[in-house]
Design a protein around this ligand. Sequence first.
Ligand code: ASP
Length: 424
Amino acid sequence: MKVFKFGGASVKTASAVKNVKSILDGFAKEKLFVVVSAMGKTTNAMEAIVSALYDKNFDLFCELVEDRKSFHIEIMDALFEDKKNPIFEEINTLFEDLKLMKKDRLVENYNFQYDQIVSLGEVLSSKIITAYLSTFQDDVCWRDARTFIRTNNDYRKAEVDWEKTKELMDIELNQPNCRVSITQGFVGHTEEGFTTTLGREGSDFSAGIIAYCTNAESVTIWKDVPGMLNADPKWFENTVKLDKISFREAIELAYYGASVIHPKTIKPLQNKNIPLYIKSFLAPAEPGTVIQASTENDALVPSFIFKVNQILLSICPKDFSFVVEENLSDIFKKLALSGAHINVMQNSAVSFSVCIDIDNFGLNRLIDLLKDEYDIKYNDNLELVTIRHYDQKTINRVTKGREILMEQKTRQTVRIVMRNLGEE
Ligand code: ASP
């Protein structure tokens, strides 16, 4: 069986859904498990619906629900000639049920409620796509990830119970006459049967979970880019597609911030040696990128990962004591408490420097937590570039017109924190 994943952009309009059908038609003899995301920007829209509900702004809540309903109905109108297709009634009922929520007493647990509502984006898209495909063929079935992906009840960032999921998927796959299964990315369920979500952008990970638990032959993520590029075209000219890279390389690139695949997707696939293809849904015949076990191609092309809005903090104990394990563990605890995401660290005898992602609120909190015991200096609005398989030429290319504030090199990777002098 092959596992496919189609993200929000690949199902954002009726013609995009038709394009998904034509891609699937190219695999007419294969058993497929297709994971779909919510259509277009529906997850963001669902988040706004939850916020309106909790702000008790019911007019806005109703308006946003109506808006999402029209968005889906417009797509269905263009997909289904037969306006009596039961899918219209089914989708209508889902939205009517959602509207009733405002009458219910809101549960205190925001994250719980978020998952019950936001997951509807994937439920809607998987239902519409299944119904559409079913008008052409009878070997398609809708599968509900809320019955076979088992998680803990850490709502909005639920952790998968791999053993149980494998068991439930074995049962699920026994369903006969179903060559093409359509299911939701991003969602799972707790032992008690409540819906959970796996974290934003989690549908890639769902594909990885399903492939792992069913020993699939491969996973293909269909994207609006030709494959995994060696840099984000937003920041770099002359990007190159990586034809073939290892699991290790892919997980490093995803960790450093390459946004093509969700970082959690690689581990289950590496563990079972299941290749991952990244292909363009606009040019499905093109080979794309394959991520697999062999490392021989990794060093052929340097990759660049660029992050902006970085803060470089330097933290020095006020009493001039060495930066050692005791105060480091104190600093780490405070970084975690303030919601900082650490990107690069370096220390000297009496100073610890750390490049972080943090919002203003978190930064003020961090400074408050540290200021009694440490002198703190920081620079903001910095850039962090990571180059895999660097050489001096690539370093010169990215540091042109920049002041380097911190640099860290290993054999494969250089990370440079810098200030863009052109912006001053
Ligand atoms: N729809 C979810 C999101 O936008 C999950 C996904 O598409 O990966 O975050």
